[in-house]
Write a protein that binds this ligand. Structure first.
Ligand SMILES: Cc1cc2nc3c(=O)[nH]c(=O)nc-3n(C[C@H](O)[C@H](O)[C@H](O)COP(=O)(O)OP(=O)(O)OC[C@H]3O[C@@H](n4cnc5c(N)ncnc54)[C@H](O)[C@@H]3O)c2cc1C
Length: 313
């Protein structure tokens, strides 16, 4: 029986493991299907992690984390978890691909999320080289330049607004002529001088060279093309949260989630199920930043120690 099983080995999972083991839990396994580090390892630049003052790649940022986080006894199992379910005695069963099963007194879900791709030509080729899904992460690299934003929901409009404070101009491309975002946000966008709405339009392709994006071709509902010469395009067409592991055989979830499938937690990262915690991008209202995921992981790790202690021997 494990004291704690951590599912996912990104910034949240690694930090949760470090806090839990350094704080005294003995049997702690972190299940990460790949190499530890998480989605930030796919980023070519990060400059907003406190304490790291130069711009580094995501891989460079995460390089030293596994060694530090595992030196207090955290064990990395390079395995994919298929399901977590509740045993009748209040403990949990971790189902691992390949039919292995492990019991644990507590669990922290840190499986993260993935921004949805829009599917236009050049999106994958230029991802990280001008195509981005995070204005907070990458907006600053386009300071004083023109950029484009794709999407019509609250996130797209909030991010367009954020970018309008940094960039000289923002083209907001949306396939309809009305937005799904809240009316107050729409009004704010319409009143922002350096945001131009490109409505009833979708992106046909993004083009560029080996250094990155040089422009975006849009096409409207009448088939009219437009060439926007921007070095950056921000895509906000939704997120897929990796919550499959808490899905039960009857389709229900092991704990409460919201309509987007994000796990509901309190300020201690506790879910609605005793002994089950969630941290990082998978949880509701996550700012989706490395520093925040790490902070969540620390909070959840501390919470797991208290929970396991409260069970006694
Ligand atoms: C291109 C890009 C650029 C970014 N730039 C920045 C930036 O500049 N600054 C910033 O602060 N943030 C940035 N982010 C966001 C940041 O990467 C995330 O907020 C952060 O990584 C979230 O950490 P996490 O631990 O919650 O999840 P993740 O990093 O997504 O880690 C989740 C881990 O769980 C594993 N996993 C999932 N399901 C299973 C399973 N069933 N079994 C086993 N393992 C599983 C995955 O393999 C993954 O390693 C960027 C993200 C991307 C994609």
């Amino acid at each position: 029986m494990l004291d704690l099983a951590i599912i996912g080995g990104g910034p949240a999972g690694l930090t949760a493991g470090m806090y839990a083991t350094r704080g005294g839990l003995k049997k702690v396994n972190m299940y990460e299907k790949g190499m530890p580090g998480g989605q930030i390892t796919k980023s070519s630049e990060i400059e907003n992690y406190p304490g790291i003052s130069k711009v580094v790649t995501g891989m460079e940022l995460m390089e030293s984390w596994p060694e530090q986080c595992m030196k207090f006894g955290l064990k990395h199992e390079m395995k994919e978890v298929t399901k977590v379910s509740a045993n009748s005695d209040g403990t949990f069963k971790i189902f691992i691909a390949g039919s292995e099963e492990v019991d644990s007194k507590s669990v922290i879900i840190c499986t993260g999320s993935n921004p949805r791709r829009a599917g236009f030509e050049g999106e994958d080729k230029f991802f990280g080289k001008g195509v981005s899904t995070c204005a907070t992460c990458d907006g600053f690299f386009y300071k004083g330049k023109e950029v484009a934003v794709l999407g019509g929901g609250d996130t797209a409009l909030e991010e367009a607004s954020y970018l309008s404070n940094i960039c000289s101009k923002v083209y907001l491309i949306h396939r309809r002529d009305t937005f799904r975002a809240s009316p107050a946000t729409v009004k704010r966008i319409e009143n922002t001088k350096n945001i131009e709405l490109v409505l009833n339009s979708k992106i046909q392709k993004v083009y560029g060279n080996e250094l990155g994006v040089e422009g975006v071709i849009t096409i409207d509902k009448d088939g009219k093309e437009r060439d926007l010469k921007v070095p950056g395009i921000f895509v906000f067409v939704g997120m897929n949260v990796n919550n499959n592991v808490i899905k039960q055989n009857d389709g229900s979830f092991l704990c409460d989630v919201n309509e987007s499938g994000e796990i509901l937690v309190d300020l201690s990262m506790k879910t609605s199920k005793a002994g089950l915690f969630a941290a990082g991008d998978i949880r509701v209202k996550a700012p989706k930043q490395v520093v925040c995921a790490a902070g969540d992981g620390a909070t959840a790790g501390i919470g797991a120690i208290s929970y396991v202690d409260s069970l006694g021997d």
